[in-house]
Ligand binder design. Structure first.
Ligand SMILES: Cc1cc2nc3c(=O)[nH]c(=O)nc-3n(C[C@H](O)[C@H](O)[C@H](O)COP(=O)(O)OP(=O)(O)OC[C@H]3O[C@@H](n4cnc5c(N)ncnc54)[C@H](O)[C@@H]3O)c2cc1C
Length: 399
C-alpha cells in the first residue's frame, strides 16, 4: 500500500519532532517515521520511586528562545534545577574545578590574552582556542575532559564556535531548568497531539526519488512524499543522500556519528559520595555522570546516569561501585540503559557541512534537520528545524 501525504519526516528526535510540530501548527499534513519504538531520540527520562533522571539531555537554559516558545505553547511546567556544582573526578577523589585549576599556568599565559581577541572570530577548534588561553595542563586535565563530556566524544578538534553561542537571556525563566516529570514530558505531550501521523518501528530501507516524488519502503509499508525531511543522525543522512542526491553525498563522505552507552543506576547512599550535579572524568571508562541531586529525590537512594565511552563493551559495574564509594556491588541497581548518538564534527569537515547546507538550498523538496548543522544543543536543533520549515513553507508558495 502506498501512503501519501505532503511531507515525510524521517527521525523522531527533537529535530524531527519540532518540524512535525510546526507542520501541525500550520495544518500541513505530514508523516513521521521513527525507527525505534519511541519518539524523543536523545530526550528520554527514566522515572521510578527514587526520582526522575535523564538518560540523555538533561538541562534547558533561559537562552533557549525557540524552546521556551514551544514549552509555553504546549503549556508545560518548568522545574528549577538547584545550582549544585559539577566536580572533576581525579582517581578516587572529587575536586572542584576552581581548586583543580592551575592558576599559575593561566596567569603565565596572560600575554596570550591579546591573541584571544584576535582569535575570537576565527574558525578554530576547541584545542586551538583554549590552549592559547589556559595552557597545556589546564587543557589536558580540565578543559578537554569538560568538552569531551559535553559533546560525548574526543572533542579537541570540534569547532569551538558550534559550542558557545551568544544568545539573549529570557529573565522570566531561571538560568537553567528542566520540565516537571523530565524532558520526556515534552516528547509525550507532542506525541499525544500528532500520534495519528506517527509510525514507530519504521525505518526506510531505501529512498528513491522519481519525477519529484520520494518513494520509501519500510519493512511493512510503502510511502510516497512530495517533500522529504531527513532528521536522522549524520551517517544515516549520508547514506540516504547517496541514492537521492548522489552529487551531494561526497560532502558527507567520511562523516560518522559517535555513540555513547548511558546507564541509569539507583544506589544505596554512601556518605562519602559528595552532593553534586555530576562529575567529569578524565581517566575512566565513562566521560561523565549526572546525578539527580538537583531534583526532588529519595532519601535513602541516589540515582546517577553514567555516560560510557565504549558502547560495544559491557560496562564495568566495578567502576560505578568505586565512583559511588560503595563497598558492595549489590548496592547498585541498574535502572535503564540507552545508546545516545552525536555527530563527530571537526573544524575541517565542518566546511563540508557548510557547503552542503548551501547546496541543499537549491533543492525545493529536500530538507536537512538535526544536530549536525551548526550546533548540537536542543536549541540549535530547534533553530535548524525552524529554518528548514521556513524554507519548506516558501517552497509551497512558489508555483
Ligand atoms: C548524553 C547527552 C546529553 C545531552 N545533554 C544536553 C543538554 O543537557 N542540553 C542540550 O541542550 N542538549 C543536550 N544534548 C544534545 C541534544 O540532546 C541532542 O543534540 C538532540 O537531542 C539531538 O536531537 P536530534 O533529533 O537531532 O537527534 P537524535 O536525538 O539523535 O534523534 C534522531 C532520531 O532519529 C531516529 N532514527 C535514526 N535513524 C533513523 C532512520 N533510518 N529512520 C527513522 N528514524 C531514524 C533515531 O532513533 C532518533 O529517534 C545532549 C546529548 C546527549 C547525547
Amino acid at each position: 500500500m502506498h501512503t501519501s501525504s505532503k511531507v515525510g519526516i524521517i527521525g523522531g528526535g527533537v529535530s524531527g519532532l519540532y518540524f512535525a510540530w510546526l507542520c501541525h501548527e500550520n495544518k500541513i499534513p505530514f508523516t513521521l517515521l521513527e525507527s525505534t519504538p519511541r519518539l524523543g531520540g536523545a530526550l528520554e527520562t527514566s522515572c521510578n520511586k527514587n526520582g526522575v533522571i535523564e538518560l540523555g539531555a538533561h538541562t534547558l537554559y533561559n537562552t533557549y528562545e525557540e524552546c521556551l516558545r514551544w514549552i509555553e505553547v504546549l503549556g508545560l511546567k518548568i522545574c528549577n534545577k538547584s545550582s549544585l556544582p559539577y566536580r572533576l573526578k581525579f582517581g578516587n577523589e572529587y575536586q572542584s574545578f576552581f581548586k583543580s585549576f592551575h592558576w599559575m599556568e593561566a596567569l603565565g599565559n596572560m600575554g596570550a590574552w591579546w591573541q584571544w581577541r584576535r582569535l575570537k572570530n576565527k574558525p578554530l577548534s576547541i584545542q586551538e582556542k583554549f590552549s592559547v588561553l589556559f595552557g597545556k595542563r589546564n587543557c589536558q586535565e580540565l578543559i578537554f575532559p569538560f568538552f569531551n563530556a559535553l559533546l560525548n566524544q574526543d572533542a579537541e578538534a570540534f569547532p569551538a564556535d558550534w559550542v558557545f553561542k551568544k544568545r539573549k537571556k529570557n529573565k522570566r525563566y531561571p538560568r537553567k531548568f528542566t520540565l516537571e516529570g523530565g524532558l520526556s514530558t515534552l516528547v509525550e505531550t507532542v506525541e499525544s497531539k500528532i500520534k495519528e501521523s506517527v509510525y514507530l518501528n519504521s525505518t526506510p530501507k531505501n529512498i528513491a526519488e522519481k519525477d519529484g516524488v520520494y518513494f520509501l519502503q519500510t519493512h511493512a509499508q510503502s510511502f510516497a512524499f512530495s517533500h522529504l525531511v531527513l532528521a536522522t543522525p549524520l551517517d544515516q543522512t549520508a547514506s540516504y543522500l547517496k541514492t537521492i542526491l548522489p552529487h551531494l553525498s561526497p560532502y558527507l563522505e567520511g562523516f560518522c556519528s559517535v555513540q555513547t552507552l548511558s546507564v541509569a543506576v539507583d544506589s544505596v547512599r554512601s556518605p562519602r559520595f559528595p552532593v553534586m550535579s555530576g562529575a567529569i572524568a578524565k581517566d575512566a571508562p565513562f566521560r561523565s555522570f549526572i546525578t539527580n541531586d538537583t531534583q526532588k529525590n529519595s532519601e535513602d537512594m541516589r540515582s546517577c546516569v553514567f555516560h560510557f565511552k565504549n558502547p560495544t563493551e559491557p560496562f564495568p559495574l566495578e567502576t560505578i561501585q568505586k565512583a559511588l564509594f560503595l563497598t558492595e556491588q549489590k548496592d547498585i541497581f541498574v535502572r535503564q540503559k540507552k545508546i545516545n548518538t552525536m555527530p563527530k564534527i571537526t573544524v575541517e569537515n565542518k566546511k563540508q557541512i557548510e557547503i552542503l547546507m548551501e547546496e541543499i538550498q537549491k533543492n525545493a523538496t529536500l530538507f536537512l534537520c538535526g544536530n549536525a548543522y551548526g550546533g548540537c544543543g536542543i536549541e540549535d536543533c530547534l533553530m535548524r528545524s525552524k529554518k528548514e520549515f521556513e524554507r519548506f513553507s516558501r517552497s509551497l508558495i512558489k508555483p
